[in-house]
Design a protein around this ligand. Structure first.
Ligand code: PLP
Length: 399
């Protein structure tokens, strides 16, 4: 049987492929340090675990509303109000099987052949593939280290055409950690205001992971005129260390939420009822644990940034949030490894780091901006020190 045209338009996720490769090497007994995975190393908070156990014992084990229980939607509405000053009624909220599913539903429910979706690069790996799966065309705006991986209003203006349907804005960003200030978002929002046919998908998945007192903002909040045409996407995976539970959600226009629910009703149905009970507890519970986790992440960020910037030919901007750094290394392209291999691309470099330094990162080409790599620092300082030392030694051995 031949696979479908929609399937043939997409690639497997490069980040999940690297995680699989690392697990295979580890199973063979190879001492490899994996810095490829996009998930916190902390456990799901205990109060959330307890809520899930209580949900199982309390019989919350049956089908729920397709796009989420009312309890969870109320907790999400309260979260949007508390954290973002946004009012979303229950019929403006969708709960899905992880943030990826939220984005998938929204794009597949709205994008038609010929539609363009603006994706700032470097981008989270799944955006272009989901757009292409839906039949649309991703339009990239390149934002390099020289502009701190953030697009400018002039770049955005130049990318908009009559076929533009969505702008996807991810702040703090996976893969760079860069986050837009309220003023920067407002300047981008003023461009969108001039183009009433363009909608904004704000992917705020890393909202709670920010450093140095950075104040998170989201576009519907700083540009109230865009509230009607913004889908504000968030989830429990990163802030609450709940990647395996699979709860993502969004607030937006009632017709769009309904369209997403229609698609979900013919695919996954409701997200896991137990995970929904856990997410309700996570959002309604005491949020103070986030501060301690961010302090730990910030120490790791500082360690990794300084060790990578010590490498000749590598430049690593200091990110405002998330748990990734995105060093670029144009200064190392063209060099030769001790085994005589010429490093021509960032994929070659990542292969060299994996084979010789036993460190796994993800090559920049997977995120649309080369030559660079994404390193996830969601692991202990001892492991990060060892990994960065190995990278430093591997780079020093290049001629
Ligand atoms: N958006 C961004 C920017 C992400 O980094 C991720 C996860 O890596 C997601 C969405 C999806 O999150 P989830 O694991 O909840 O599907």
């Amino acid at each position: 049987m031949k696979t479908s045209a929609a399937l043939d338009r997409i690639q497997p996720s490069a980040t999940l492929a690297m995680t699989t490769r690392v697990n295979e090497l580890k199973a063979q007994g190879v001492d490899v340090i994996g810095l490829g995975a996009g998930e916190p190393d902390f456990d799901t908070p205990e109060y959330v675990q307890e809520a899930a156990i209580a949900a199982i014992r309390g019989g919350k084990t049956r089908y729920t509303n397709v796009d989420g229980t009312n309890e969870l939607k109320e907790a999400i509405a309260a979260k949007f109000k508390r954290d973002n000053g946004l009012d979303y009624a229950i019929n403006q909220i969708s709960v899905n099987v992880g943030g990826k599913h939220t984005l998938f539903n929204a794009l597949v429910a709205t994008v038609q052949a010929g539609d363009e979706v603006i994706v700032p690069a470097p981008y989270w790996v799944s955006y272009p593939d989901i757009v292409q799966f839906a039949g649309g065309t991703p339009v990239f705006i390149a934002a390099g280290a020289d502009q701190n991986y953030k697009i400018t209003p002039a770049q955005l203006e130049a990318a908009i055409t009559p076929r533009t349907k969505w702008l996807i804005l991810n702040s703090p960003s996976n893969p760079t950690g860069a986050a837009y200030s309220a003023a920067e978002l407002k300047a981008l929002g003023e461009v969108i205001e001039r183009h009433p046919h363009v909608w904004v998908m704000a992917d705020d998945m890393y909202e709670h992971i920010v450093y140095d007192g950075f104040e998170f903002a989201t576009i519907a909040q700083v540009c109230p005129s865009l509230y009607e045409r913004t889908l504000t996407v968030n989830g429990c995976s990163k802030a609450y260390s709940m990647t395996g539970w699979r709860i993502g959600f969004a607030g937006g226009a009632p017709w769009l939420i309904k369209a997403m629910s229609k698609l979900q009703s013919q695919s996954t149905s409701n997200p896991c009822s137990i995970a929904q009970a856990a997410a309700t507890a996570a959002l309604n519970g005491d949020q103070s644990f986030l501060e301690g986790r961010n302090a730990a992440f910030q120490g790791r960020r500082d360690l990794v940034v300084s060790m990578l910037n010590a490498i000749d030919g590598m430049t690593c901007p200091v990110p405002e949030g998330a748990f990734y750094v995105y060093p670029e290394f144009s200064g190392l392209i063209g060099k030769t490894t001790p085994k005589g291999l010429v490093i021509k691309t960032d994929e070659d470099m990542i292969g060299y780091f994996l084979d010789e330094a036993r460190v796994a990162a993800v090559h920049g080409a997977a995120f649309g901006l080369s030559p660079a790599m994404r390193i996830s620092y969601a692991t202990s300082e001892a492991i990060l020190t060892e990994a960065c030392t190995r990278i430093q030694e591997a780079c020093a051995a290049l001629r």
